[in-house]
Design a binder for this molecule. Structure first.
Ligand code: ATP
Ligand code: MG
Length: 256
């Protein structure tokens, strides 16, 4: 499969490098990163802690500037955040002083009332928080807050969705359910998804391609296509073989 073809490429990262300035010297976090993501593709970024996954996502989202190289989306250089691209942060991005309902409503103010309400309702249902609509986020559990963050991002029907370990704080059952829901929505709406995780299982369940990063400086060590139709048979030999391959790639990059 390899890189997406020129025609349907959505996100193009070319020769990207990032150096964080520190007193006296610089910390090279990303080096020579090249990545092309097709429109409607689901790509997982997999790598050990500190390898630069969040930094890469932040640059693609326009929250951080690269030191060298470029990012284009639909052929236009990324110069800052854009409402067509939404971000689900590693730390909870929900507003504690707002209710579940109001948090999901944030990106939907432009919609007519009835449509907006119907949509919020649908996403409250999706994340299993019926009955908590009026609850302040500060009164929710960590996992519930994280579900609100995912719902808020999906509710605006974004063109590109950048997810930074959005399911990290969830228990394994909720995590599994949310993955299934994210896949269902993606199959329906076909937005482009770049999803950061350090969970091998998660990447094999979700992605069209898994991009494996090596640490210090963060580089792309391998790109592994996951050529299995959804819903994937999580117990199948092909699934197990892909997991083994990814663990091997990760341990190799860890050892460097
Ligand atoms: N704003 C910043 N200023 C200086 N250094 C930074 C900054 N942001 C990140 N770094 C450094 O860049 C490196 C990569 O960080 P990053 O958050 O991108 O890693 P990550 O792969 O997302 O890790 P994790 O899996 O733990 O979230 C780390 O060494 C971190 O200390
Ligand atoms: Mg991170």
């Amino acid at each position: 499969m390899g890189d997406a073809t020129q025609n349907d490429s959505k996100v193009v990262v070319r020769g990207l490098g990032k150096v964080f300035e520190r007193k006296g010297d610089g910390l090279v976090v990303l080096d020579q990163v090249d990545l092309t993501i097709a429109a409607g593709e689901f790509v997982c970024l997999l790598g050990p802690s500190g390898c630069g996954k969040s930094t890469l996502l932040n640059i693609i989202g326009g929250f951080e500037k690269p030191t060298v190289g470029s990012v284009t989306i639909d052929g236009a250089p990324v110069v800052g955040p854009d409402p067509r691209r939404v971000f689900v942060f590693q730390e909870y991005g929900v507003f504690p002083w707002a209710s579940v309902w109001d948090n999901i409503a944030i990106g939907l103010r432009h919609l007519p009332r009835a449509e907006r309400d119907a949509r919020i309702h649908r996403y409250v249902e999706l994340i299993g928080l019926e009955g908590f609509e009026k609850t302040y986020s500060s009164e929710l559990s960590g996992g519930m807050r994280q579900r609100v963050a995912v719902a808020r991002a999906l509710a605006v029907s974004p063109d590109v969705i950048l997810m930074d370990e959005p399911l990290g704080a969830l228990d394994s059952l909720t995590r599994f359910q949310m993955r299934t829901e994210i896949l269902r929505l993606w199959q329906k709406e076909r937005m482009t998804i770049l999803f950061v995780t350090h969970d091998v299982d998660e990447s094999v369940q979700l992605a069209d391609r898994v991009v494996v990063m090596s640490p210090r400086p963060g580089r792309i060590a391998a790109v592994v296509p996951i050529d299995m139709p959804h819903p994937r048979e999580l117990g199948s030999p092909a699934y197990a073989a892909l997991k083994t391959k990814l663990y091997e790639l990760l341990s190799v990059t860890h050892a460097v």
